[in-house]
Design a binder for this molecule. Structure first.
Ligand SMILES: Cc1ncc(COP(=O)(O)O)c(C=O)c1O
Length: 428
């Protein structure tokens, strides 16, 4: 496939105009030049379009879409999605605080996560979140105590582990009994009955999340069927639930995967819940922001060694860890259209002192010289949020584009920013 066809398939919001890579009417080299280092750029139109895909596909089914902000916590994206009617799925007190500061109403927030501290649970109960997805028997007791001490009742769902495959990478599978997530399927009825009787707890829903980057909706259908039979047996025992939370996980295209259409995902879920008096809760992350973001980087140097061409970038594993962590593939395209030159294999690496700081192995690329700029495609999810300052490298900046305008949403950080945040004790 020609690289421009691949670009159109993977990152529909990005294309070449007059030989330069653009998004939202903005020449991306303008942004990377201003950042003077690696920068993530998100197309707000593309983010919104991806969200609206879900909204449209579920229009005929009571549904609450709770964007999983773990994928990308950019404040501008939270505001955009909140304004379009989205809720959010949060997995920490920090995310909850950020979501509230972005104006997301508490009654559209789901709090997920396998371990929540007392402080985080109290914060969620005080804020009045829509639902806390509880993952252990211990957490039920912890939450009951916190809610009663605050004179409140906590709306909960149990995240049930359906003990099924998700058909995705081992590292991002979460719905097998051997994974750390959720309460065991067979324990769920007893825990629901206990929760129902416990002051401070109000069971409202049933929840699951079987994994990320799911490319086949059959896995979801199987997990939904297990959850539905649990719902039905709870209902037969007199427990009336309101929400059926299927988690997130819908995959995207990074290379040549076939990502299911949102419509067929929706059809699978609607079929699974048909006839139930349930509001569906969705927690999509990657599918909304992944294709809508790129990481821009500049070539520092190039060399030939051991018969290989090396392209050394100013971005590194601290900026985008997915290739090092999961051997993930990100397409790399130049910001200036190279025309019809031959593409030859290159190892694309960053400057961090680790052999795993490698983005691509023997990847066909056009000729690249120091100073040339490139974009990593489909980097909008689990990119910036997983960034660190390893090697004292300032975390990458972030920017958004729309209607010919762009702005930094996370400023380029200086060395002073890094130094200022550390303190040596006076007694040293
Ligand atoms: C509980 C929960 N919900 C939603 C998501 C979002 O998943 P994705 O970004 O694959 O849609 C995750 C991510 O793993 C998660 O852990």
């Amino acid at each position: 496939m020609m690289f421009k066809d691949q670009l159109a398939a993977i990152a529909p919001g990005f294309s070449y105009k007059n030989g330069r890579l653009e998004a939202g009417g903005v020449d991306l080299s303008e942004v990377v030049n201003a950042a003077r280092g690696p920068v993530y750029v998100y197309s707000l139109d593309a983010v919104l379009e991806n969200f609206l895909d879900f909204q449209r596909a579920f229009a005929d089914q009571p549904t609450r879409i709770c964007y999983a902000m773990k994928a990308n916590d950019c404040l501008a994206i939270l505001k955009l999605l909140g304004g379009a009617g989205s809720g959010v799925d949060v997995v920490s007190g920090g995310e909850l605080a950020l979501a509230l500061s972005a104006g997301i109403p508490a009654n559209r927030i789901v709090f997920s996560g396998v371990g929540k501290s007392d402080r985080e649970l109290a914060q969620a109960v005080k804020a009045g979140v829509m639902q806390i997805n509880v993952e252990t028997q211990y957490e039920l007791g912890q939450l009951a105590q916190i809610a009663t001490s605050l004179g409140k009742e906590a709306p909960i769902a149990l995240r049930v582990n359906p003990d099924l495959e998700a058909g995705t990478l081992d590292q991002i599978s979460t719905g097998r009994a051997t994974d750390k997530f959720g309460v065991a399927y067979e324990d769920a009825p007893r825990l629901y009955m206990e929760a129902e009787k416990t002051p401070g707890l109000a069971p409202k829903g049933i929840a699951m999340h079987i994994g990320s980057q799911i490319g086949n909706t059959d896995f979801l259908a199987a997990a939904c069927a297990k959850l539905r039979s649990l719902w039905e047996s709870l209902s037969a025992s007199g427990l009336k639930l309101e929400r059926f939370d299927v988690g997130g996980g819908l995959g995207i295209r990074y290379k040549n995967e076939t990502a299911p259409l949102v419509q067929s995902y929706a059809d699978t879920i609607k079929k699974a819940v048909s006839g139930l008096d349930a509001e569906v809760v969705l927690e999509p992350g990657r599918r909304i922001v992944g294709p809508a973001g790129v990481l821009l980087s500049t070539v520092i140097s190039v060399k030939e060694s051991g018969g290989r061409r090396f392209v050394i970038l100013d971005a590194a594993m601290n900026d985008l860890i997915r290739p090092a962590l999961y051997k993930a593939w990100h397409e790399i395209v130049p910001l200036i259209d190279p025309g019809s030159v031959p593409w030859t294999p290159a190892d694309v690496v960053g400057p961090v002192c680790e052999s795993t700081d490698k983005f691509a192995d023997q990847r066909p690329l056009p000729p690249l010289q120091p100073g040339d700029q490139v974009a990593f495609l489909a980097a909008g999810a689990y990119g910036s949020v997983m960034g660190s300052e390893y090697n004292s490298r300032p975390r990458a900046a972030e920017a958004v584009v729309r209607d010919g305008q762009w702005s930094f949403t996370r400023n380029p950080r200086s060395y002073d920013d890094i130094i200022r945040e550390q303190h040596a004790p006076a007694w040293l």
